[in-house]
Design a protein around this ligand. Structure first.
Ligand SMILES: NC(=O)c1ccc[n+]([C@@H]2O[C@H](COP(=O)([O-])OP(=O)(O)OC[C@H]3O[C@@H](n4cnc5c(N)ncnc54)[C@H](O)[C@@H]3O)[C@@H](O)[C@H]2O)c1
Length: 273
């Protein structure tokens, strides 16, 4: 652990990071934000197109986030497939060196009334949102522990901490992933590995837009809806992916060196926590 805590820029110089679900939305923003702080980022996703485009965009203009010392490399990795996760992690470490940072972002949302969820929707949701976190942690954190350094950030959801209508499988899967990450953090603390959770609220991505039924929908999210027992968003805006990425970068940096097993809500106050 360095005595000196680096400044805001290049806080992650020469760190190696792996991000899941980096093909679009929050994961893509996390990959870029880590690279802007100097990290060498392996951006992974279930399909190739998004991460390939991200890596190409980064290579074409690495200074557009104001930093630029880092790199972005694309890999296909389905977090539900433990063998694929092991293989991609091993290849990434051969190519870029041992991983210092793991960010679990891959997630799916299958909305529906709690008592009507199909077995497939439940199983698929847990396979990505919960078992996916186990698979990456199993592949990455033993090495971190052996080296005595590293950190894990799991992107959960504020729905893990407050009941929501139509989101039971999702909320349960995110609550499980958050508690898994905290238990992992407890077991790894003495080895110097930190594990934290970032819990976003409504964030402007494809996943969020799929829930919007008309043009007034974003304003309804901000205003709240008593019919579904939802408070609004006190800060009066929907998050941008960058808002979530900045919290991840903080928790991944040495500025958070004494923070582990925490869940940071980045939801504009929506859950009144
Ligand atoms: N957008 C929101 O309002 C919001 C709110 C709270 C939490 N979140 C969480 O943030 C994370 C990112 O969400 P987003 O809004 O950017 O969603 P998104 O749907 O835009 O992106 C999710 C990404 O995960 C990838 N993915 C899905 N299944 C995968 C798998 N099996 N293996 C690897 N990658 C897979 C997708 O291909 C996609 O690129 C998710 O975990 C989500 O649950 C989002």
């Amino acid at each position: 652990m360095p005595d000196h805590i680096p400044g805001a820029r290049a806080a992650l110089a020469d760190r190696t990071a792996l991000v899941t679900g980096a093909g679009q939305g929050i994961g893509a923003a996390v990959a870029e934000a880590l690279a802007a702080e100097g990290a060498h980022v392996v951006a992974t996703d279930r399909t190739a197109d998004g991460v390939k485009a991200l890596a190409a965009d980064w290579a074409a203009d690495p200074a557009r986030w104001g930093g630029g010392a880092g790199t972005v490399t694309a890999e296909v990795m389905d977090v539900t497939d433990a063998a694929s996760v092991e293989a991609v992690v091993a290849a990434a470490e051969r190519a870029h060196g041992p991983l210092d940072i793991l960010v679990n972002v891959a997630g799916i949302l299958r909305p529906g009334p709690a008592a009507e969820l199909t077995d497939a929707d439940w199983a698929d949701t847990f396979a990505v949102n919960t078992s996916g976190v186990l698979h990456t942690a199993r592949a990455v954190t033993p090495g971190m522990a052996a080296r005595g350094r590293g950190c894990v950030v799991t992107v959960g959801s504020n729905a893990a901490g407050v009941p929501r209508t139509g989101m039971a499988a999702y909320a349960a899967s995110k609550a499980a992933a958050a508690m898994y990450t905290k238990c992992l953090g407890l077991e790894l603390a003495r080895s110097g590995v930190r594990c934290n959770v970032v819990a976003p609220g409504s964030t402007d991505t494809a996943m969020q837009r799929a829930l919007w039924t008309d043009e007034a929908a974003p304003q309804r999210v901000i205003d709240g809806d008593p019919a579904t027992y939802r408070t609004g968003i006190p800060l009066g805006r929907i998050a941008e992916p960058r808002d979530i990425a900045d919290a991840v970068v903080f928790l991944a940096s040495d500025r958070a060196r004494h923070i582990t097993m925490q869940e940071l809500y980045v939801d504009g106050g929506a859950t009144l926590r």
